[in-house]
Design a protein around this ligand. Structure first.
Ligand SMILES: [Zn+2]
Ligand SMILES: [Zn+2]
Length: 252
């Protein structure tokens, strides 16, 4: 059984700093490969307190979509946890160029702890143990930002992290069967590089995944009680839409 654990569902600054929702990112367990995505504040404690416990020493890789703190705050801590305090050289870190070489968020002394550091490049495929993923085109956010598409024998799982809407997005993520979308805003806000609900719906309607999961909620999503709107959104887009909550486990 493959699963995705939502260690946190907070999106952007205010929900993160108030911790109205946790900001611990996503833990994928696929074909025996343990893959942590976007370790924001609280990742380690949320992993350890999960039931059953998620052991950081079992991680095979950590993926950073971009450098913003709600995604990267615990990257160094999780590297230490994945490598048994730096004593077991293991695991891979995937990150955009600017996270490593321009005002780095991955500390230089922690880089020796891992087996490999890979710079994300659009169009490239990467392997982690039993998992292969590819990087669709670059997203539109204020810093280097990339999502991914994991291709499995019978399905595909994609993650669209923080971005503004642009038409090529639909092309980048076509044929995704399970689609996770960071949907920060309830209504569109000019000059804010995040997806709003209607844009996420537009993506789902065009891509037609089997299931779409919305997560990474900003304040307006919480004020509008997004968790109560699952049925109406699913009806509008013609796909089952899941509204993630902290600690949610999605099996597939
Ligand atoms: Zn974010
Ligand atoms: Zn961001």
């Amino acid at each position: 059984m493959n699963s995705i654990k939502f260690l946190g569902t907070a999106g952007a600054r205010f929900v993160m700093i108030s911790q109205l929702r946790s900001s611990g990112g996503l833990w994928f367990s696929i074909n025996g490969t343990q893959f942590l995505v976007d370790p924001g504040p609280g990742t380690l404690i949320r992993a350890i307190k999960s039931k059953p416990k998620l052991n950081p020493l079992s991680l095979d890789a950590i993926f950073l979509s971009h450098r913003h703190l709600d995604h990267s705050c615990e990257i160094n801590l999780m590297i230490e946890a994945m490598t048994d305090g730096g004593f077991k050289k293991r695991g891979i870190v995937f990150a955009p160029y600017d996270c490593l070489y321009i005002d780095p968020v991955v500390l230089i002394y922690c880089r020796d702890y891992v087996e490999k550091i890979e710079v994300l490049k659009e169009g490239q495929r990467y392997n982690v143990k039993n998992l292969i993923f590819e990087i669709p085109g670059k997203l539109r956010h204020s810093v280097d930002t990339y999502g991914f598409k994991i291709n499995l024998n019978n399905t595909s799982v994609s993650y669209i992290p923080d971005t503004s809407f642009f038409n090529e997005l639909i092309d980048y993520y076509k044929n995704s069967e399970i689609l996770i979308i960071n949907t920060v805003l309830y209504e569109k806000k000019e000059n804010v590089q995040h997806l709003c609900l209607s844009e996420a719906e537009e993506i789902i309607k065009n891509i037609k995944p089997k299931k779409a999961i919305l997560t990474h909620f900003g304040m307006t999503m919480l004020k509008n009680k997004i968790w109560e709107k699952k049925v109406e959104i699913s009806k509008r887009v013609g796909t089952e839409v899941i509204i993630a909550n902290d600690g949610m486990n999605f099996d597939f």
